[in-house]
Ligand binder design. Structure first.
Ligand SMILES: NC(=O)c1ccc[n+]([C@@H]2O[C@H](COP(=O)([O-])OP(=O)(O)OC[C@H]3O[C@@H](n4cnc5c(N)ncnc54)[C@H](O)[C@@H]3O)[C@@H](O)[C@H]2O)c1
Length: 426
């Protein structure tokens, strides 16, 4: 597969052939790419430091929360073309999709996994390889960290290897659809680097590809998520104002969005997930002087779990030591992803107050329940608080509403006339 004789260097005219792809980091982002490429006949090596994950990919025992992705994992083509490993090996292209969290409490980008991933591929690089970073990274990371690491190892970006950054936009829960149909921005060390990296997506991508430079691609991803975070913070402030005025803000946002140039997102109990609560801080890191609006919005959204906990406390003030059943631990509806989950922050906050809380989520391992009626009978709560609007939970609560009322269970759900905010769809 990988033949350096048949490859082109980054400075020759033709683009390299990309037959074997090594994906470093096979989590939410790396695995779907590995599956798509393997399905389309590429030889794919998924590399992860998590031995259990590697084993689960190889024996196809992973439990993915999208049926179509699961089917892809179990397909004959994937079985034939994808292998997972705990260490890198040679390939025509390397895709880096490792975590880029924040350090705490400083809220600075922790790029140690990206650096470790680049380090891990260097012994396996040959001239003409593509190195494509998919991880979300602060502006200048490719120029100031990745490119020098490659140069120091004897691989000049743009000459010996094709360096690119193609940030991922897929939404957990809708990955199967979005990885194929979303448009893709690819920033290159040079235009040819960007075009070389585009070959990674050609086998399956149906969206458009936009070529740009490295810093623009880095910035573009952060701007997308920051735009949504700031918009949600604005919606949250509107909801707080609506609360003071006794107005259901969902209706008013709906009215305002009839304006042809207004698109206010929905308020919620907080903003979770691996992107929105983190990425705006990357901009703050590179330019703290010009990120006042961005960091204020971040703080407003971070405050929402506390605001929601206060509303729940208020709603329960007439009860003496109420027993609560809290439904939902994922960061958003219809996913099992719990990262930065505001629902879990709310439960933790109420538990600190001494509330007795049973916390369940039908999508989250270890928190599942089969049937809400049985769960309510078992836990006998005074109040049921819906924190995450999973579709099935919504249906269960509607079906059981009369019975819960008869059983004298106080139900707090997002929505009109209710102490909780509507659920945001981040
Ligand atoms: N999850 C999302 O919705 C999403 C969306 C767009 C972009 N991103 C970005 O994509 C990147 C990856 O996110 P994710 O959600 O896939 O994270 P993840 O935690 O689900 O997966 C990352 C994987 O990388 C592995 N890993 C860590 N260090 C490694 C190393 N040195 N070598 C090999 N494997 C290593 C981890 O074990 C893990 O399995 C992040 O930068 C994130 O911000 C995520």
């Amino acid at each position: 597969m990988t033949s350096s004789a048949s490859k082109r260097t980054a400075s020759s005219e033709a683009l390299p052939s990309v037959d074997k792809v090594v994906v470093i980091g096979t989590g939410f982002i790396g695995l779907p790419l590995a599956l798509q490429l393997a399905k389309k006949g590429k030889t794919v090596v998924g590399v992860d430091i998590d031995e259990n994950l590697v084993k689960a990919i190889n024996d196809q025992s992973l439990n993915l929360d999208e049926a179509e992705l699961q089917a892809l994992l179990e397909s004959d083509e994937v079985e034939e073309n994808l292998v997972a490993r705990t260490s890198a090996e040679e390939g025509d292209a390397f895709v880096i999709s490792v975590p880029t969290p924040l350090t705490q409490p400083q809220k600075s980008p922790d790029l140690s996994a990206v650096e470790a991933a680049v380090e891990s591929i260097i012994p396996h690089l040959t001239a003409g390889d593509v190195v494509n970073i998919e991880s979300t990274i602060p502006p200048l990371t490719c120029d100031d960290i990745v490119a020098p690491m490659l140069s120091d190892a004897g691989f000049e970006p743009g000459e010996d290897v094709f360096l690119a950054h193609s940030p991922e936009r897929i939404l957990p829960g809708n990955v199967f659809e979005e990885i194929v149909h979303n448009d893709r921005v690819i920033g290159g060390y040079s235009e040819r680097c960007s075009r070389a990296a585009a070959q990674l997506y050609e086998p399956f991508l149906e969206g458009d590809v936009y070529h740009t430079d490295l810093v623009s691609a880095e910035l573009c991803k952060l701007m997308e998520n920051t735009y949504r975070d700031v918009n949600i913070a604005l919606a949250n402030e509107f909801a707080l104002i609506g609360g003071e005025l006794g107005i259901d803000i969902t209706d008013v946002i709906g009215l305002a969005n009839n304006h042809p140039r207004v698109d206010i997102l929905r308020p919620g109990i907080g903003v979770g997930g691996h992107c929105l609560p983190i990425d705006p801080w990357f901009l703050n890191e590179v330019d703290p002087e010009h990120t006042n609006l961005i960091t204020t919005a971040r703080r407003i959204n971070d405050m929402m779990p506390e605001v929601t906990a206060r509303r729940i406390r208020h709603a329960l003030s007439a009860y003496d030591s109420p027993h609560i059943l809290a439904l939902g631990a994922a960061y958003k509806p219809d996913t099992q992803d719990q990262r930065e989950s505001p629902a879990s922050d709310i439960v933790a906050e109420l538990q600190l107050d001494g509330y007795d809380i049973g916390h369940r989520d039908r999508h989250v391992d270890g928190m599942e329940y089969d049937d809400l009626r049985t769960l309510v009978d078992e836990l006998d709560p005074d109040a049921l608080v819906q924190l995450v609007c999973h579709s099935e939970t919504n249906e269960e609560l509607v079906a059981l509403s009369d019975e819960l009322e008869r059983d004298d269970v106080l139900v707090l759900r997002p929505g009109a006339g209710n102490p909780l905010h509507p659920e945001s769809n981040v």
